[in-house]
Ligand binder design. Structure first.
Ligand code: MG
Length: 295
């Protein structure tokens, strides 16, 4: 094939891959991006979920991220806590058993079964997706990174079907090397999701892990492109509330703006000091970082 013909074909294939991912955000829509904040349930203080949700609404945090453990039994409580607040469930953070990337097929089956059991209530709560990690280091999986990738390509379409039917997604989260030897880069996670090619299979980025693994927040988010469906917020050092330790979000937010990102950015972090004082301060800090991110 002549060089020019090859380039034309490659460009056409690239464009098709971007736009056929059903429901995907079209890239490079500068004006469409929005900073929509969310908070994990355990980051905010309160004696009841209702009290926590009321605080989030007051602080203009739109999303509540909850754990997946026993989610089916918590649907009514969560719905009652959210009613009339304007706050919605964002992602569901793990809470399943086993590991999709385990060498033991029994552990893989356990993960598939328990993830499916969370996807049904996740859909009922209109969650954006169930966050999962293929395997933590403590699982001591003997599979190679390539074998785990192969397993993911094998099992994710099935989980995607269940997620789609329920009205939600599964969301692959890259971690840092201290927590997993497998998927650590957003580009890697995005390439897996691209190859799975399922409308209900997506990935995310976590500023804490990204600070350890990525060379550029901007580059990482652009690599993720339309497959990016969730973001976790924390400092790199100390994994604290944004603004509580040195860590800029501007380059990352530039990437989100370039993607036209409108999904949630969710606090997954520790808090130094009084949560009722520090969380609203962090919200103001992030809004300022978002403003500083020019595209
Ligand atoms: Mg995270």
């Amino acid at each position: 094939m002549k060089r020019r013909a090859f380039l034309t074909t490659a460009a056409a294939v690239g464009a098709a891959a971007t736009f056929t991912h059903e429901g995907a955000a079209a890239p490079l829509k500068k004006t469409a991006a929005a900073l929509r904040l969310s908070c994990q349930e355990w980051v905010v203080s309160g004696s009841s979920l209702k009290e926590k949700v009321a605080k989030l609404a007051r602080w203009e945090i739109e999303g509540l991220e909850v754990g997946g453990k026993g989610l089916a039994g918590k649907v009514t409580e969560i719905k009652n806590a959210l009613r009339g607040s304007g706050v919605k469930v964002s992602a569901i953070c793990a809470g399943f058993d086993g590991a999709l990337g385990h060498h033991d097929p029994a552990e893989r089956t356990k993960a598939i079964t328990s993830m499916k059991a969370i996807l049904e209530p996740a859909g009922e709560l209109e969650s954006t997706g169930l966050i999962f990690v293929p395997a933590f280091n403590h699982h001591q999986s003997k599979l190679s990174a390539w074998e785990v990738r192969t397993v993911l390509l094998d099992v994710l379409p099935e989980l995607g079907d269940v997620a789609k039917k329920a009205g939600t997604r599964v969301i692959l989260e890259p971690l840092n090397r201290k927590e997993t030897i497998y998927v650590r880069l957003l580009a890697d996670a995005a390439a897996i999701v691209r190859d799975v090619d399922h409308p209900a299979v997506a990935m995310m980025g976590d500023f804490y892990h990204m600070g350890i693994e990525e060379t550029s927040d901007l580059g990482a988010f652009l690599s993720a492109g339309p497959y990016l469906r969730h973001v976790h917020l924390a400092t790199t050092k100390g994994r604290l509330l944004p603004g509580q330790a040195e860590r800029s979000y501007v380059e990352g937010f530039r990437g989100l703006k370039m993607l036209g990102y409108r999904e949630y950015c969710s606090f997954e972090c520790g808090v130094r000091g009084d949560r009722d004082v520090e969380i609203p301060k962090s919200v103001a800090f992030l809004k300022n970082e978002w403003e500083k991110a020019k595209v």
